[in-house]
Ligand binder design. Structure first.
Ligand code: SAH
Length: 251
C-alpha cells in the first residue's frame, strides 16, 4: 500500500478527518442567520466522511452536494447518510475542489471545514466565488494564528506545512478584497482538536499498524501524526482553525 492508501486507511473509519465539532458547525449556522426552513442548495467542499454534511442535512431544508476527491470517504458518507435517513438530501460527488463542475450562481451556501488549505485559502475563496448566488454565504474553516508572534519551532513548522497561515485580520481582509462581506468569525476550541479529532485517531493507531503488518510506511504515518499532536499540545495558544462566515456581495 502506498502512503496515500495508508492515509485513507487510517482516516476513513473516523467521524471526521480534521478538527471540528457538531456544536461548532451549528454555531456557524446560527451566526450565518440563515433561514432554516428555506429550501437551500449547498456545496460542502472537502467533505470527507461527512462530519459537517450530516449536520447541515439534518438541520436544514437543503440539497447538499458533498464533494471530495476520495471515493472511499464518499462511500462512508453515503452509508452514514442512509443510516440517518438523510440520503435523499445528499449527493456525493467525487471530484477535485480545483475543478468543480458547477454553474455560476448555483449555490446558496458554500461550506468547507478543514479542507480549503488543500488549494490555499486565497485561491479557494476566489475560485468558488462564482458558484455562489449574490447574497449567498461562504462558511469556511482555515488554520489561523491566534497570536501576533510565535515561538520559532511552531512558526517554522507552519511556514513549511502551510505558508498561507496568518492572523484572522489578514484572512478577513482577503475576504473583503475578493467580494465578500465578513459577518462572523470564531475559533475552534481545544476539544475540537483533542476530543473530536486527535484522541479518536490515537485510539486507531494500534489497529492501523496491525492491519498493515507494522510496515515502515505505516509507522512513519503514526510518527508524523504523533508529532503533529505534540506540536498542537505544546503550541495550542498560538493557532487553531478560525471559522469564517461571509456573504457574497450583490455586485
Ligand atoms: N470536512 C471534513 C474533512 C476535512 S479533511 C471534516 O471536517 O471532517 C480534508 C478533506 O479534503 C479530505 O477528505 C480530503 O480527501 C479532501 N481533499 C483534499 N484535497 C482535495 C481536493 N483537491 N479536492 C477535493 N477534496 C480534497
Amino acid at each position: 500500500m502506498d502512503d496515500y492508501q495508508l492515509l485513507i486507511d487510517l482516516h476513513k473509519n473516523a467521524e471526521r478527518q480534521g478538527p471540528g465539532g457538531e456544536l461548532e458547525t451549528q454555531l456557524a449556522l446560527n451566526l450565518s442567520r440563515i433561514d432554516k426552513t428555506a429550501p437551500l442548495k449547498i456545496a460542502d467542499i472537502g467533505c470527507g466522511t461527512g462530519a459537517s454534511t450530516l449536520v447541515l442535512a439534518e438541520q436544514l431544508n437543503a440539497q447538499i452536494t458533498a464533494v471530495d476527491f476520495l471515493q472511499d470517504f464518499l462511500d462512508v458518507l453515503a452509508d452514514r447518510a442512509k443510516k440517518q435517513g438523510l440520503a435523499e438530501n445528499i449527493s456525493p460527488l467525487c471530484c477535485s475542489m480545483e475543478n468543480l463542475p458547477f454553474n455560476d450562481a448555483e449555490f446558496d451556501i458554500i461550506w468547507s471545514e478543514g479542507a480549503i488549505y488543500n488549494i490555499g485559502f486565497e485561491k479557494g475563496i476566489k475560485d468558488w466565488y462564482r458558484y455562489l448566488k449574490p447574497g449567498g454565504l461562504l462558511v469556511v474553516s482555515e488554520i489561523t494564528w491566534l497570536t501576533n508572534s510565535r515561538p520559532a519551532e511552531i512558526q517554522e513548522h507552519w511556514e513549511v506545512e502551510y505558508p498561507e497561515i496568518d492572523v484572522a485580520s489578514a484572512k478577513i481582509a482577503l475576504l473583503e478584497q475578493n467580494g465578500y462581506s465578513p459577518i462572523g468569525y470564531f475559533i475552534l476550541p481545544e476539544h475540537c482538536w483533542l476530543e473530536n479529532y486527535y484522541q479518536p485517531m490515537q485510539a486507531r493507531f494500534q489497529d492501523f499498524l496491525n492491519r498493515n503488518n507494522n510496515c515502515e510506511e505505516a509507522q512513519g504515518i503514526v510518527e508524523m501524526e504523533t508529532h503533529e499532536i505534540r506540536l498542537y499540545e505544546q503550541y495550542k495558544a498560538n493557532y487553531s482553525y478560525g471559522v469564517y462566515i461571509a456573504k457574497k456581495l450583490n455586485s
